[in-house]
Ligand binder design. Sequence first.
Ligand code: C5P
Length: 193
Amino acid sequence: MPFIIAIDGPAASGKGTIARALAAELGFHHLDTGLLYRATGAKGGDPVAAARGLTAADLARDDLRSAAAGQAASRIAAIPEVRAALVAFQHCFAAQDPGAVLDGRDIGTVIYPGAEVKLYVTASDAVRAARRAAELGADPDQMLAELRERDLRDSQRDVAPLRPAEDAVVLDTSTLSIEEAVARALAEVRRVR
Ligand code: C5P
């Protein structure tokens, strides 16, 4: 049976960086599930049809990282039929040996409630905005407003809202370096593997 690591958290919390580092360290597959929602939103048209017909080329578009793509993703991610259309892909991906790291908003709560390791990665709003601003070369105040709007929508939606699973280990990366954050996450994995 593949070993599943579920990593959830708000935008720019460091979850993607931690997920990539864990996958590299453990030789696991990594899926950034946000990309599925970004690609669905970026396709335009009927979002349910877009999610059902998602292709590898859709996921490889190089405009998916923008703040606009994040906002579009967050809007279509509130539609239950869109989320349902993306479940099978996530389950197939995670079925690969020796294991998989999936990062997103609902991995530990909805997609893999039985994941061997569940982390909820978070950081203060100001730190997250500063990180995203540096990454995208954007204004930190504008990023702060954008992240807050997106987090609010993601945590208040009816289906699969952003929240820590009851048994998730919370990792606040506000004052941690990337190396420290990865070391803590790896220590959690090593406790069970
Ligand atoms: O993680 P990322 O910022 O790429 O995610 C973009 C958007 O996709 C999020 O704001 C959220 O609305 C949605 N998402 C989701 N469930 C996931 C991953 C992402 O609803 N598992």
